[in-house]
Ligand binder design. Structure first.
Ligand SMILES: [Zn+2]
Ligand SMILES: [Zn+2]
Length: 223
């Protein structure tokens, strides 16, 4: 898949939706925000979800994005709007899902656990001081994130990420033949095979993301 084309297409879709969603007085900051994040699939997924669903069912726009937490390519972001609302979103490279307003925090126990919050009070404490939340930095080529699955340095990739390095041959795990030879199969088409592969990978020691693994990283700088 051509990522650049996908991002440009997504931006166009958002611009189209914005024509009907953004009040006239909010157009400028809304467009500035879209431009700021137009190379960031996470932010674009959030904006697309916002503008196609409009949480309150009436005209509004996103004019700020802040980061509460992120883990394994899953981002907990807060979107601030021209109407003075703030919404929590759960976003990965595939899609964005609204959780609710920042003032309500997070009720879902699994979600609290995933991001390491003891309880919703921790989230609500953040919601009382939204200005202390860090600005969500748009993805850039020198960021500390896997460009494909958005794992941070030191984290494991989402299984199937083309940047993950094979622990057996040091090639690209999604392209080398190790998965077939290790499982002694010709094709991978069953969930049980994927589970077995993950088990074998963990035994062999999966290789977490490092900056040097990014495609196009200057190889001359490598040790
Ligand atoms: Zn990755
Ligand atoms: Zn391999």
């Amino acid at each position: 898949m051509d990522t650049l084309k996908t991002l440009a297409d997504r931006k166009k879709d958002i611009q189209f939706l914005m024509k009907y969603a953004v009040p006239e007085t909010q157009v400028e900051p809304a467009e500035a925000l879209l431009d700021k994040y137009d190379a960031d699939v996470i932010a674009l997924n959030l904006l697309y979800s916002f503008y196609i669903n409009l949480p309150e069912g009436k005209e509004d726009s996103v004019n700020g994005l802040r980061l509460l937490s992120r883990r394994q390519g899953v981002f907990l972001l807060c979107a601030f709007t021209g109407n003075g609302m703030s919404y929590l979103y759960l976003v990965d490279r595939e899609a964005a899902h609204i959780i609710g307003t920042l003032a309500e925090g997070i009720i879902d126990r699994d979600l609290l656990d995933f991001f390491g919050y003891a309880d919703n009070r921790e989230v609500l404490a953040l919601s009382r001081k939204p200005e202390t939340l860090q600005d969500y930095e748009p993805y850039s080529a020198d960021s500390n994130m896997c460009p494909s699955c958005h794992a941070a340095v030191g984290e494991f990739h989402t299984l199937g990420c083309p940047v993950e390095i094979c622990p057996w041959c040091s090639g690209q795990l999604t392209y080398c033949n190790c998965r077939f030879t290790r499982l002694d199969i010709d094709a991978m088409d069953k969930v049980s095979q994927v589970e077995k592969l993950l088990e074998l990978l963990e035994e062999a020691g999966r290789i977490p993301f490092k900056r040097e693994h990014r495609p196009g990283y200057p190889t001359m700088d490598e040790e």
